[in-house]
Design a protein around this ligand. Structure first.
Ligand SMILES: NC(=O)c1ccc[n+]([C@@H]2O[C@H](COP(=O)([O-])OP(=O)(O)OC[C@H]3O[C@@H](n4cnc5c(N)ncnc54)[C@H](OP(=O)(O)O)[C@@H]3O)[C@@H](O)[C@H]2O)c1
Length: 290
């Protein structure tokens, strides 16, 4: 299987480069080599001749997207649409990622794939536009909606909290944002297992399974309790300066982009389709930190 992997230096892309390599010929592309736009995609795909395109590239700066919505839409929607067209033209398949931020977070129970979308900010709107571009053209594409992705390698919520715990005596963290933290390696392994499982006829298998699937760490937690777990499970906690974790409301910590209140994702559809479910978020965090 030939795979063109886009965004190979990102949190998920970096892990995918490792997890896909044992069973596929991976052509990895990162922004350092190709600053992608919709026009730039065609020659890249032409040259790589992939059976499957895995798109881990995205404009992921939630607050930045409020200031530069055009760029967010160019990467998260127009580029994705172009990938969908190339996928169709080449009779290839596409694996793409989207986000829990397509929801407004007001549902009292975990979100399923068919729930109504209502993004609160430009990032969520641009990602939703990317999802829609693929479903409107009926591309052979599987879209994994994930959430709260963290890596220990790149700047993420987890690395930021670990840094602040060493720098400050008090940390204020919001209690009224709840989600499903996802260790980027677990997500990449799950996607690799799915692709490995359909390696003999990947294009047909993805075409058949086309659609949206929720794939995030199991369970959900508030930003505040997630931070408590990060500090508890950090093997270097003896180096922490922090003495107090102060619970605050999101309204006390205004950011350019509004965040949804609670977006736990229900992974039952992915489990029914592939028998894959990501580990509980706390187990994954403990592994990530060791
Ligand atoms: N991070 C989260 O919390 C989160 C939550 C829900 C869903 N997701 C989704 O999960 C997927 C993977 O996210 P991630 O956390 O791995 O993101 P990430 O770490 O920000 O990586 C995204 C990658 O895309 C690259 N990129 C951005 N614009 C590009 C362009 N125009 N051309 C080529 N490459 C470009 C970036 O390059 P540089 O390295 O040069 O910047 C980066 O390597 C994305 O679809 C994202 O929307 C993420």
């Amino acid at each position: 299987m030939r795979i063109l992997l886009l965004g190979a230096r990102g949190q998920v892309g970096h892990e995918l480069a490792g997890t896909l390599a044992p069973f596929a010929q991976v052509v990895a592309s990162s922004r350092a080599e190709t600053n992608l736009d919709a026009e730039g995609v065609r020659p890249l795909v032409e040259e790589a001749k992939p059976d499957v395109i895995v798109n881990a590239s995205a404009y992921t700066d939630v607050d930045g997207a409020e200031k530069e919505p055009e760029l967010a839409h160019a990467v998260n929607a127009r580029l994705v649409g172009a990938l969908g067209e190339e996928t169709k033209r080449r009779r290839a398949a596409l694996v793409h990622f989207s986000t829990d931020f397509v929801f407004d977070g007001e549902k009292p129970t975990p979100y399923v794939e068919t729930d109504a979308t209502a993004p609160l900010g430009e990032y969520g709107r641009s990602k939703l536009a990317g999802e829609r571009a693929l479903s409107e053209m009926d591309a052979a594409a599987v879209i994994f909606r994930t959430a709260w992705v963290y890596s220990l390698r790149r700047k993420s919520f987890v690395t930021t909290m670990l840094r602040l715990a060493r720098e400050r005596e008090e940390l204020a963290v919001v209690t009224d944002q709840i989600g499903s933290p996802t260790f980027c390696r677990d997500l990449a392994q799950a996607v690799a297992l799915i692709l490995y499982g359909c390696r003999t006829n990947a294009v047909e298998a993805i075409a058949e399974a086309r659609g949206i699937y929720h794939l995030a760490g199991s369970g959900s937690v508030s930003r505040y309790d997630f931070t408590r777990a990060i500090l508890e499970l950090d093997p270097r906690r003896s180096e922490h300066r922090v003495k107090q974790l102060r619970p605050i409301r999101a309204a006390e910590f205004p950011l350019p982009a509004r965040r949804p209140r609670a977006t736990p994702l229900d992974g039952a559809k992915a489990f029914a389709q592939w028998g894959i479910r990501l580990a509980p978020w706390r187990d994954a965090l403990a592994r990530a930190l060791t």
